[in-house]
Design a protein around this ligand. Structure first.
Ligand code: SAH
Length: 311
């Protein structure tokens, strides 16, 4: 530990020396610039202009300094590794995946109900679903239906590596056009039905929507209109939340794949739902027990207040 501290101090000193050199370089450039006549400009505008010029002209020097710093850091890290001063993370154990036949559809037909920021957030949630499925022990068949609009734009511009994604179908048609309606179950916190066990023959739909629950019942109403079954997750039977039980798309997806692995709702909810959503009693209980396995305890249904998903 002691030698690491010494090392850090030494490397800081080296960085300071380099920074000093760079600063000198910067000062020289600015000094030259200051001597140029600048007419018809207010003192403030002149100051701003000089600052901007200085910033532009020192771009290369800054880039170089950063590159050098990076190189030094890499070298220091390499040496520290050699000396055993850095502990490497344990190697990931590869789990053998047993793919499930279950299909999970994310219904992306709600473009017009979201702001630009919500579209960004939804796109991130979709990539989280993809990652969760990739590393799941029992990956499902994942479909993004009604794919198009701003989500597609976002994927094409900011999430371009999605073209390499495997085991996910980007489908422009609606779920209605793709699947047998008898097998469809729309998951929604507004349903009166509860999922008991997941049925791998079924096709579960998650509404691709980030709306802070502004649009209440939107997915439930859609399931009624399309005459398909609906169900909510049995969250209240296992944990008490401080909000209504409306979760983010990726959390619902992660709960489904986790359930397929352990067949235990309590465990799945506890592992996936963020602790900040638990109510005070629940949090206290969890802290006291500090035990993820104590989920056989059953709680009465709790509605909580009417606040909704904060994702
Ligand atoms: N106002 C939206 C909320 C979107 S939350 C609505 O009417 O549903 C994103 C999606 O996650 C939902 O459409 C639903 O499919 C799923 N979801 C969220 N919480 C759920 C719960 N407790 N049970 C079942 N599905 C849930």
């Amino acid at each position: 530990m002691e030698s690491k501290d010494t090392k850090e101090t030494t490397s800081e000193a080296t960085i300071s020396e380099k920074n000093y050199d760079t600063c000198n370089k910067l000062n020289e450039i600015t000094k030259e610039k200051k001597e140029e006549p600048q007419q018809n400009l207010s003192k403030n505008a002149l100051k701003k202009l000089r600052k901007q010029q200085k910033w532009e002209e020192t771009r290369e020097a800054r880039k170089l300094a950063l590159k050098e710093k990076d190189k030094r850091k890499k070298e220091e890290r390499r040496k520290a590794k050699e000396l055993g001063l850095i502990q490497l993370p344990p190697k990931k154990i590869k789990v053998e995946q047993i793919p499930s036949d279950m299909k999970v559809v994310i219904d992306l037909s709600f473009d017009e109900f979201m702001t630009e920021a919500e579209i960004t957030s939804l796109s991130l949630q979709l990539s989280r679903c993809y990652s969760a499925n990739r590393s799941a022990m029992r990956p499902v068949n994942l479909y993004f239906t009604s794919y198009g609009g701003r989500v597609q734009e976002r994927f094409n511009t900011k999430l371009q590596n999605h073209i390499n994604w495997k085991n996910v179908v980007f489908e422009t048609r609606t779920y209605w056009d793709c699947f047998n309606k008898e097998k469809l179950v729309y998951l929604t916190a507004d349903s009166d039905e509860y999922v008991q066990e997941l049925d791998e023959e079924k096709i579960y739909i998650i509404g691709g929507l980030v709306d802070k629950n502004r649009h209440k019942n939107i997915c439930y109403n859609k399931s009624q209109r399309d005459e398909i079954a609906s169900a909510q997750l049995p969250i209240g039977n296992y944990i008490q939340l401080n909000t209504r039980k409306v979760l983010a798309v990726n959390h619902v997806f992660e709960i489904l794949v986790r359930w397929l692995e352990c067949k235990d709702w309590g465990k799945s909810f506890l592992e996936v739902i963020p602790q900040r959503k638990f109510n005070t009693i629940e949090r206290k209980k969890r802290q006291e027990n500090n035990d993820v396995n104590s989920t056989s305890l059953q709680y009465p249904e709790c509605e909580g207040n009417e606040k909704s998903c904060d994702e």
